[in-house]
Design a protein around this ligand. Sequence first.
Ligand SMILES: [Zn+2]
Length: 333
Amino acid sequence: MVDVLLEQGVEVIIRSSLLVVVAFVATFALHRASASVRYWVWVLTFGGLLALPVMIAAGPLLTIITSSHDVISAPTVTPVEMNGVQFSAFDAPAAMPDLSPETNGISAPATQNPVVQPTPAVRTRDATSVPEARRETASSRLDLDSLAALIWIVGAAAILGYGAVQWSKLARAIRVASNECDAWKPLFTEVVRMLRLRRPVRLIFADAITAPMAWGTLRPAVLLPLDAKSWDADRQRIVLTHELIHIKRFDTLINALALLICALYWFNPLAWLALHRLTSECEQSCDDLVLSGGTRGSDYAAHLVAVAYTALYQRRLLPGVTPLSQNTHAIQA
Ligand SMILES: [Zn+2]
């Protein structure tokens, strides 16, 4: 069983790496397409990474089910009679009479009553007959498999644990945060209507927030630093539009799932590169949508530089969070 797990693990590594490489090639070929197209290529890639272990694990199960069906529907074996003794192909070799010509003094024609030779597949399985060296090899393999499984579990648990701790710290900071800022409410309502966002969204100002970000999926919120209360109307509109687009597209959920999948594939650097490309294309596509609304690129870039100076930390290791873009270099004036 553990051998199967190790073999499936190697298969997952190989196929997941191939999947990410194909995604890199595809997005490179789509470099003239919109960032939104490349973003969804990465979203589908992470969907594939999530489905891959399930499909590989289901393979042996399907084989077992198919094999069971074959055994049930196997044809009846007709007993063979030799020298007055009746036996079938499933008789153990030890139970078969000695039918050799030397001891019986006969020579049966090849086309009449053929002697059924035992094959390895029908030999009696006897645990005591397993060679000692083979058992020692199996034991060593078991130890190796257990060690590999333990390392994988510890790595994934460490990453998920770290993400959970950071997430709970932010959640605690939000619980005690203020959500009262009358100056923002008319513009907030206007942008929500413009984006046709039907889910209720909260607007939260928190001391622990250093850069604007979208937060949560079931009860989404736009999180803003306290100094955002003094921003001018242009910056307010740009930031709100950007973060509410994230919420409308469920980017917060996609971000959380991608981080979860990376925790499962923590040993594969290609998965982390894929996460980097996913977040980068996510931000760039969001920027494109904001700019398509009529905002000048130079103004947009200037506002991003002013407010997004510490977003990198929060972007990387917080599940369900998409901070304001830092792709100012990619924004055309
Ligand atoms: Zn963003």
